[in-house]
Design a protein around this ligand. Structure first.
Ligand SMILES: [Zn+2]
Ligand SMILES: [Zn+2]
Length: 458
């Protein structure tokens, strides 16, 4: 059924769609995600299968760190303004280059992936920033992964860790572990700052993965890396340190057909220096992977000044920022871009959800009533996408109201009131005027008549 409708504000309401789409009897179908609250329910049932049904702004919720064992299909939709809570309370064992072990905490879209799959999700403007005392890894999609798959994901933004631990790192997609990472598009600024200058720590940074044995195929990476370490640096355009663990385990992996453009600016404050920083894998412990078809445009930028931590806009002498607000479109989020007029450095924040422009015609999916709004299927005038939108509640039809009975009003008497004293005084004068003028005239006329009568009698 098609209806014409006057233009009214149409919110593209996933929330309304929820009411109609849920209740599927198919137990094997993934659970559909329409709201930030639906996203939070994943943590309550982390073994389930989920599909994102629309772009979501998650600024209204605090995103928890939990272990996910299911499937999350982003369905090519985006999650913006993720606000991360604490790092995972659960730990996993990580291994350094001497295969020394550490009980380590994690954070990411999923803190820990265990035999899980994450696919088709977009994270534009991701800001994952932590200050942590202890051993910790951060990754855009996952802090840690075991036997998992991450494919067709898109990440842009910043992953940043200020840390006082012994074992720590940041990765664009994955912090630590093993996963098949395929067809991902990554444009990230990675920052890892060791706040504990007294201890020689193990620090890792990689455009895709900080450390572990990930399989990486057909990924496109743009990387700006900043690493300040009083210890041992392991950094790479793709992987900080490639290590297969535990010691007896062997596995033939692959790092193939990836494209990397970027740089890593770092210092390694250490007398016993290694300073691993390479375009592909910074340090390779186990040459157990196929390495082919990768293209690199990479700059290794080592600094020897150890008292100032390295940051994206750290050495600009005269920071002057101008703002440019970009409106959201049907497919891309809106944001505010801040650009330094002195050096050209820029960053984006204040992300806004994509917006469609629905036409005035719609198909009714769920008719509105006097009590509840309905649901309509609109077509975007710009891109042709089908959009669900709320139909306003019906308003009661007005019944003609009878004309009021008119009773004749009593004639207005000019009763002077206290406040009307001055006006009534004026009226009184008006009534007295003929008397005031008439009385002397009458007297004069009387005298004149008396004189005439006297003249006649003479
Ligand atoms: Zn600047
Ligand atoms: Zn559109």
């Amino acid at each position: 059924m098609m209806k014409a409708f006057s233009v009214w504000l149409l919110a593209v309401l996933c929330a309304v769609a929820l009411a109609v789409s849920h209740g599927s009897a198919d137990e094997t179908a993934p659970v559909e995600i329409y709201t930030p609250e639906d996203m939070l329910r994943i943590a309550e049932n982390p073994d389930g299968s989920y599909i994102l049904m629309c772009d979501l702004d998650l600024s209204s919720v605090e995103w928890p760190a939990f272990t996910f064992r299911g499937t999350f299909d982003g369905n090519d939709h985006m999650l913006i303004n993720l606000r991360f809570g604490d790092v995972s309370s659960e730990t996993q064992v990580t291994y350094d280059g001497n295969r020394k072990t550490y009980d380590t905490h994690f954070a990411g879209l999923f803190a820990i992936l265990d035999h899980a799959c994450v696919k088709n999700v977009r994270l534009p403007g991701l800001t994952l920033s932590k200050t942590y005392e202890g051993d910790c890894f951060l990754g855009g999609i996952a802090g840690y992964a075991n036997e998992s798959t991450i494919e067709n994901c898109e990440i842009s933004g910043t992953v940043s860790l200020d840390v006082t631990g012994r074992m720590f790192g940041v990765g664009g997609v994955l912090g630590y572990g093993n996963a098949v990472i395929r067809n991902c598009k990554v444009d990230v600024t990675l920052i890892n700052t060791d706040l504990d200058a007294a201890h020689r720590d193990e620090e890792f940074l990689g455009g895709i993965c900080a450390a572990g044995y990930p399989d990486i195929d057909a990924c496109e990476i743009t990387l700006a890396g900043f690493l300040s370490d009083h210890g041992y640096v392991h950094s790479g355009g793709l992987v900080g340190m490639y290590i297969v663990y535990p010691k007896a385990f062997s596995r033939n992996g692959f790092i193939t057909n990836n494209t990397l453009a970027g740089f890593i600016t770092f210092f390694e404050d250490n007398t016993n220096r290694r300073a691993y920083c390479k375009e592909s894998c910074g340090e390779v412990m186990d040459w157990l992977f196929k390495d082919s078809g990768n293209k690199y445009s990479f700059k290794r930028d080592e600094r020897k000044k150890y008292d100032v931590n390295l940051l994206p806009h750290g050495d600009c002498a005269n920071p002057v920022f101008t703002e440019n607000t970009v409106a959201p479109s049907c497919t891309e989020p809106g944001y505010t871009e801040h650009t330094c007029a002195s050096c050209g450095y820029s960053y984006r924040d204040d992300y806004k959800l994509t917006v469609h422009t629905p036409g005035s015609e719609y198909e009714t999916l769920d008719a509105p009533t006097l009590e509840t709004p309905g649901l309509g299927l609109f077509t975007c005038e710009l891109c042709g996408a089908k959009i669900r939108g709320e139909l306003p509640m019906l308003t009661p039809t007005p019944t003609p109201t009878p004309l009021p009975t008119v009773t004749p009003e009593p004639p207005v008497t000019d009763t002077p009131s206290d406040s009307d004293a001055e006006g009534s005084g004026g009226n009184a004068l008006l009534y007295l005027l003929p008397i005031i003028i008439g009385l002397p005239l009458g007297v004069i006329a009387g005298l004149w008549n008396r004189n005439r009568r006297r003249k006649r009698t003479r």
